[in-house]
Write a protein that binds this ligand. Structure first.
Ligand code: ATP
Length: 473
């Protein structure tokens, strides 16, 4: 497995991802997507949207605003309870999530075969998560277990403190308490407040889903893992509204579908695993994460949560508006239960980059290649004239224009053909099409496959169908 640094440097070099505001020295935990990154992101977003919205006739989409009435966040519980328990290493001045330090300690005990001890600490962690004074309970475990700082190795901790992760701002000219609003920390609430609007206009009947992709903001204190943990990031969320009592069925069903989506995008099943929450969030009766084996260890990419009727009930209570569903067949009224699937778009991108990154030796030369599934590859095909003369550029341009009507294509006539191939390998482009002398004679071109390096000649008129074929495999 590659180190994260290797991925970060490729992303910068090839134009996938740059630090935000780089000419000013960057801004912590904020990143910009470059020419290749924006294409990759768009393709992953589309893949999600198609899998969720287009392939289910009972799921519809919304695009809610980022700024919402502050009552939303009081109702959702975020104003009171969207905290992280944090602890500082006094020596390195680094800040850690206290519960994650303990989880790391438990994993290390298990790797050393000390399973009974690991189970004991695990039980204590669960008790701490439910304790009245959670910071003190977590602190006590760190002290008793003598958990050391992962970076400095020191055992010199501050107390554990709770930090609210929401970004606060003010609407309008006056900066007073009544004007306080928040940048949304999750997209889900934009769906809940549009429950009636979407249901009525799309004429949906339970079970049905509302999907949304959009930005979310969290003032993450521990943020030093590239796009894994950002302060501004994108979520792909779907809330599935079901009849109370049927939520576990829906929960199981969505677990399966969501895992399969990641596999369909090219992630090896052996690098994915389930992680059941020790203490589901305040709103959930069951919660599980899909974790991926990142270079920084097993980490969450998506959560599947059974959120009960918590959110809709709270909005009913706080807004004074009924949040019920009326079943025209049974004439019953009820507040639906909700199963949520919540994936981070940026984390999915990081996972796909880690999975795709390959280094290999080809004829004594090191080759870096991103083996993206063609459907998500930023560039679907590159077209090269072998030389910039004899009418080859014109033929190559015409082929590129034809492809461009449907897919992102890259035309390149500069540098040696070998260099052009290598650049496309690093961009993860599945196919390179070369126009050469023979093309001018018989209308055939060479197609080079990124993964096998095999080259074959096909009629130039078949190029479009060839690319389409690769996308539908
Ligand atoms: P974590 O425990 O890693 O902070 P979380 O459990 O708070 O994540 P959720 O609230 O369940 O995350 O959010 C759903 C998804 O949104 C996560 O699985 C992740 O992919 C993504 N996500 C959450 N926080 C961030 C962040 N700061 N940067 C990038 N993606 C994030």
């Amino acid at each position: 497995m590659r180190r994260l640094d290797t991925i970060v440097s490729l992303c910068k070099r090839r134009g996938f991802i740059f630090p935000s505001s780089e000419i000013y020295g960057g801004l912590g935990a904020a990143y910009d997507y470059g020419p290749l990154g924006v294409e990759l992101k768009q393709n992953v977003r589309d893949s999600w949207w198609k899998a969720m919205v287009y392939r289910h006739d009972n799921i519809t989409g919304v695009d809610a605003s980022i700024l919402m009435h502050s009552g939303v966040w009081k109702a959702s519980g975020h104003v009171d309870a969207f905290h992280d328990p944090l602890i500082d290493d006094r020596q390195s001045k680094r800040r850690y999530k206290a519960d994650q330090l303990i989880e790391g300690h438990i994993e290390r005990l298990r790797t050393k075969g000390r399973n009974t001890r690991a189970d004991q600490v695990h039980e204590r962690l669960i008790a701490a998560l439910y304790a009245e004074n959670l910071p003190a309970a977590l602190h006590a475990i760190i002290m008793d277990e003598e958990i050391r700082s992962p970076d400095s190795g020191a055992f010199d901790w501050t107390d554990v403190r709770q930090f609210n992760l929401m970004f606060e701002t003010h609407a309008g000219a006056l900066k007073e308490a009544s004007s306080t609003i928040y940048l949304r920390p999750e997209t889900a609430q934009g769906i809940f407040v549009n429950f009636h609007n979407a249901k009525e206009t799309a004429r949906l009947k339970v079970p049905f889903g509302i999907a949304q992709v959009g930005k979310a903001f969290r003032n993450e204190i521990v943020a030093r893992q590239f796009i894994f943990r950002m302060r501004e990031f994108e979520q792909m969320e779907m809330q599935y509204f079901v009849r109370p009592g049927t939520q576990m069925e829906a929960y199981e069903e969505w677990r399966g579908r969501r895992l399969q989506w990641h596999v369909n995008n090219g992630i090896k099943p052996s690098r994915l695993r389930w992680h059941v929450h020790e203490k589901p969030a305040h709103y959930a009766d069951a919660a599980v994460d899909i974790q991926y084996k990142f270079p920084i260890g097993w980490q969450e990419v998506e959560g599947i949560h059974s959120r009960t009727d918590y959110d809709l009930s709270r909005h009913e209570e706080y807004s004074g508006k009924k949040m019920e569903y009326f079943d025209p067949q049974t004439k019953e009224r009820f507040i639906p239960y909700v199963v949520e699937t919540s994936a981070g778009l940026d984390r999915t991108i990081l996972m796909l980059l880690c999975e795709a990154y390959t280094e290999e030796m080809v004829k004594g030369q090191r080759r870096v290649v991103l083996r993206f599934d063609p459907a998500i590859a930023p560039i679907k095909a590159a077209v090269f004239p072998l030389v910039r003369k004899h009418g080859m550029p014109e033929v190559a341009r015409a082929i590129a224009d034809d492809i461009a009507s449907t897919w992102n294509v890259f035309y390149d006539d500069r540098g040696s053909i070998g260099k052009r191939y290598r650049r496309m390998d690093e961009a993860g482009t599945p196919l390179c099409i070369t126009v050469d002398g023979q093309t001018l004679e018989d209308g055939s071109v060479t197609i080079r496959d990124r993964d096998t390096l095999a080259q074959e000649r096909i009629p130039k008129n078949n190029v479009f169908a060839y690319i389409a074929d690769g996308l539908h495999k």
